[in-house]
Design a protein around this ligand. Structure first.
Ligand code: ATP
Length: 233
């Protein structure tokens, strides 16, 4: 379970401190939770709080009872994070080495580790890319590889920040289906309302607050009406 207790995140702006998140309280137990809302509303910040990439200025975030501020390492062992741009997390020269790196805790032996990494690449249907340089991969292939690397660590929770934004339609569908089919809990910040619509719960973030929360179809309708009010067609 992910709990937010009256979470505030402030940042220093040119005119002093500004509230990026302003009093968010949540208990997330659903398997697939979507975060939607306008640019700059606070979705990424909310997502990043779940594994301690951002810490609350006030309030607390607990992941399965662990406080992200004081037990960050233990939290990060449970929470995998997938970035919009997979280049941020691909650090090894070849695809197989990258996944093998994620397996270093589980397999001490190099050969075993590479064998397991190959198995994982096959599972994601990118086995043939094993020896390719990560720089030579397409955006979709890189995104799949980055996800394979994160999921190889078997996190209890996956947080994904706009993981389909850079992808073409076929790859966006493929990654979307993969994410929605995961057995672990998924927190997904996305502008893809079709994907959000297939989650179990959606949160609409606006101006640093959660302004709607519930069944995705209703929360998406709320988002549309909010945009309509601000920018009538
Ligand atoms: N470290 C920081 N310092 C100052 N301002 C920040 C910092 N991080 C985020 N912000 C600001 O906080 C607000 C929320 O940012 P955030 O990235 O969480 O929004 P978002 O909803 O994910 O946006 P998008 O849909 O554009 O990705 C934005 O106005 C952003 O500029």
């Amino acid at each position: 379970m992910i709990e937010f207790h009256d979470v505030h995140v402030d940042a220093e702006g040119p005119e002093g401190s500004v509230g990026i998140l302003r009093g968010v309280s949540l208990a997330l137990t659903e398997r697939r939770v979507a975060l939607i809302g306008p640019n700059g509303s606070g979705k990424s910040t909310l997502a990043r709080l779940v594994n301690g990439l951002v810490l609350p200025t006030r309030g607390s975030v607990l992941v399965n009872g662990l406080d992200v501020a004081t037990e960050g390492r233990a939290v990060r062992r449970q929470v995998g994070f997938a970035f919009t741009d997979p280049s941020a997390q691909l650090v090894m020269p070849t695809a197989i080495e990258d996944v093998a790196l994620s397996l270093r805790r589980r397999h001490r032996d190099k050969e075993q580790r590479e064998q397991a990494a190959q198995g994982i690449l096959e599972e994601y249907r990118i086995g043939e890319l094993a020896r390719r340089s990560v720089h030579s991969l397409s955006g979709g292939q890189r995104q799949l590889l980055a996800l394979a690397g994160v999921l190889a660590t078997e996190p209890a929770i996956l947080v994904a920040d706009e993981p389909t934004t850079l992808l073409d339609l076929a790859n966006a569908r493929r990654i979307g289906a993969l994410l929605l089919g995961l057995s672990q809990q998924l927190v997904l910040a996305t502008h893809d309302l079709e994907l959000a619509g297939r989650c179990d719960r959606a949160l609409l973030v606006d101006g640093g607050q959660v302004v709607a929360d519930g069944v995705p179809v209703e929360v998406i309708a709320h988002y549309r009406s909010l945009v309509e009010q601000r920018e009538p067609a």
